[in-house]
Design a protein around this ligand. Structure first.
Ligand SMILES: [Zn+2]
Length: 234
């Protein structure tokens, strides 16, 4: 195996490890939570709160209505019991009763509106709970698949890392240093470029015949004069 070939093989392993690690971080993000699920959860919480406050509102109107009913019953009792003999006082009580009954009628409208609102919110909340349950089931199913994929990837990375270590033992330290330095500088992580028809396959630069020869014999490392990558003639 030439020096360039060893580095090329090392790069194949490294790129595969890179891909696996990238996928692993995607999986970790997906497992941490889904935006759609969070959205439905927030929606359910909002509806629950609205439902509670609508129920409290209805309860409070019901209490007011009950108090008015009691007051009306008491006034009517006073009016019809014959206890009041003064006509002026009887008129006052009658007027008071009329006023109480008007207030009570107005409360009926509010009661009806509050009941309708509560019904609407109950239906909305039920629908929201159902879609939340579905979203949670979907997330759980996806998570099972993602965890299985994660375990497979971790095992693959372990295997690849062992192969990498074994390969590195046969590579001179200065070649490894050069490879690592070039790889760190390249956004795509490619430090070794294949020579294709005498040109660097990464940047397209035609290599001088001396470099092609060098890449071919493999005794010395040949670097692309344009992108600086190690050239490898397969
Ligand atoms: Zn190049």
């Amino acid at each position: 195996m030439s020096r360039a070939e060893a580095l090329y093989r090392l790069q194949l392993l490294d790129l595969e490890i890179d891909r696996a690690r990238k996928r692993l971080s995607e999986i970790a993000m997906s497992l941490a939570g889904s935006p759609a699920l969070e959205h439905t959860r927030a929606e359910a919480t909002k509806l629950e709160k609205a439902l509670r406050s609508a129920a409290a509102e209805l309860k409070s109107i019901e209490l007011d209505a009950q108090m008015l009913d009691d007051k009306i019953a008491a006034e009517e009792q006073r009016l019809y019991s014959g206890a009041i003999r003064n006509p002026k006082e009887m008129l006052d009580v009658q007027q008071e009763l009329d006023m109480l009954k008007r207030r009570r009628a107005a409360l009926d409208d509010r009661l009806l509106a509050a009941m309708e609102q509560l019904e609407r919110l109950r239906a909305d909340e039920l629908r929201c709970r159902q879609s939340l349950a579905q979203a949670e089931r979907n997330f759980a199913e996806d998570s099972v698949q993602l965890r299985a994929e994660r375990d497979k990837l971790q095992a693959a990375i372990e295997g690849l890392s062992e192969q990498r270590e074994a390969l590195c033992r046969g590579i001179p330290a200065k070649d490894l240093q050069l490879y690592t330095a070039i790889r760190a500088k390249k956004p795509n992580g490619v430090a070794v470029a294949l020579l294709k028809s005498g040109a660097c396959s990464q940047c397209g630069e035609t290599a001088a015949s001396q470099l092609v020869q060098q890449a071919h014999t493999g005794a010395e490392l040949a670097l692309c004069s344009n992108c600086g990558r190690i050239l490898y003639q397969a």
